[in-house]
Design a protein around this ligand. Structure first.
Ligand SMILES: Nc1nc(=O)c2c([nH]1)NC[C@@H]1CN(c3ccc(C(=O)N[C@@H](CCC(=O)O)C(=O)O)cc3)C=[N+]21
Length: 366
């Protein structure tokens, strides 16, 4: 996670937080489209400049509101928290059906090395999520100074344990460990994180199906699907090229027939490229990096960033912000995920989903 920085996305934001420069001309252009957009009636299905939002998830609270009657030009909130809850309910029903039919429930093992506070929070959230759907969870907390061999020993034990269907090694690992060796040790059939090289290879190839898809990008696509955002033939820009999010997200979008561009730290004029996107997935870990002027009116934005920024008014002393400047983006985009409450909860829901898939495969339970 990015270090804590005090920031907002006003124009007075210090330039060190905005690694990409904006020209005054681009800013003016953006203002023009903003005004034009405010004059355009809000209609998700028929505006030429907008992406088609085909249908809405029936149970999601934000979606049934009639947009035609809205007076302010504010993007629809893609409510990851609500969708994640909906998915957990679906998984819970499936776990119960499985238990009734064959007397087995899925099991997830989580290995956490060291005592990073954020990692401990995520692992706790995963445990709670497992409990909420009836998945068994096994947790192995190992000290920071454990050896690679010790971690692999636990992975191998879980590989051989039939009550464990999914194995997750919480990342990042301490520096003295070789992440590749450790992730390679996870049995591919239990690789619910989708980080095994064979799963990654299959994801990258046409005509191949990975056993598991990494949870965060899978959650991004699931949000687009559940909000009826059509992907086929659309221009998508993924900002960031990490193994965990950016790269697999770009591959998933391509598999959905989007035309995909990946923008990264060495891309000249990232805003110019991003501004062509119908769909933006931002996964860089820089608070408020994507400004309103980077966004095409009507674009759909999935903000993967979860960045802590100092906030004396918050009880924790910090608050979480995304990679996208939400306050600016909401006036330009047609739909956007909030932070928190967007992609984060979906990541955990997809982990549960992958664990259920793993168990169903083992028992040949449809
Ligand atoms: N092997 C592995 N697999 C992972 O999937 C993995 C990992 N390592 N290492 C760290 C990242 C990060 N990650 C998150 C999961 C949920 C939230 C989440 O639920 N966030 C809440 C906010 C939580 C809060 O308030 O602190 C939200 O966005 O609404 C965030 C981040 C999984 N990761």
């Amino acid at each position: 996670m990015a270090s804590m920085i005090f920031t907002d996305c006003s124009s007075s934001t210090p330039s060190r937080l905005l690694p990409f420069t904006r020209s005054p001309l681009l800013r003016r252009q953006a203002d023009v489209v903003l005004v034009r957009r405010l004059l355009t009636p809000l209609n998700f299905s028929c505006s030429r400049r907008r992406l088609t939002l085909r249908s809405s998830p029936s149970q999601s609270p934000h979606v049934s509101a009639s947009l035609a009657t809205e007076t302010s030009a504010t993007a629809k909130v893609i409510d990851g928290k609500a969708v994640a809850k909906q998915i957990r309910d679906e998984i819970s029903a499936e776990v119960m059906r499985m238990k009734d039919a064959i007397g087995e429930v899925p099991g997830l093992a989580v290995i956490i090395v060291g005592n990073r506070k954020d990692s401990a929070t995520y692992v706790r959230n995963k445990r709670k999520a497992c409990e909420s759907v009836g998945i068994n969870s096994f947790e192995v907390p190992l000290p920071e100074d454990s050896t690679e061999e010790e971690v692999i020993k636990f992975i191998k034990a879980f590989n051989d344990d039939p009550s464990v269907h999914g194995i997750l090694v919480q990342l990042p690992l301490p520096n003295h460990m070789n992440e590749e060796n450790i992730l390679n040790a996870v049995n591919i059939e239990k690789d619910v994180d989708g980080f095994h090289p064979l799963n990654i290879g299959h994801l990258a190839m046409r005509g191949r199906e990975p056993m598991f898809v990494p949870c965060t990008p899978k959650g991004c696509i699931e949000l687009l699907h559940r909000y009826g955002v059509s992907i086929k033939g659309k221009r998508a820009v993924v900002i960031g090229r990490s193994n965990i999010v950016g790269t697999p997200a770009s591959q998933l979008l391509q598999r959905e027939d989007a035309t995909v561009t990946v923008v990264h730290s060495r891309t000249p004029n990232p805003e110019e490229i991003t501004r062509q996107a119908d769909i933006i997935i931002a996964a860089v870990g820089k608070p408020n990096m994507v400004r309103g002027s980077w966004i095409k009116p009507g674009a759909v934005i999935i903000d993967v960033g979860i960045n802590p920024v100092e906030d004396a008014k918050s009880p924790r002393g910090y608050r979480l912000v995304g990679d996208v400047c939400y306050d600016e983006a909401k006036n330009v985009a047609s739909a956007i995920t909030p932070v928190p409450g967007g992609v984060g909860p979906m990541t955990i829901a997809m982990l549960l989903s992958n664990t259920l898939i793993a168990a169903k495969k083992v028992y040949n339970f449809q």
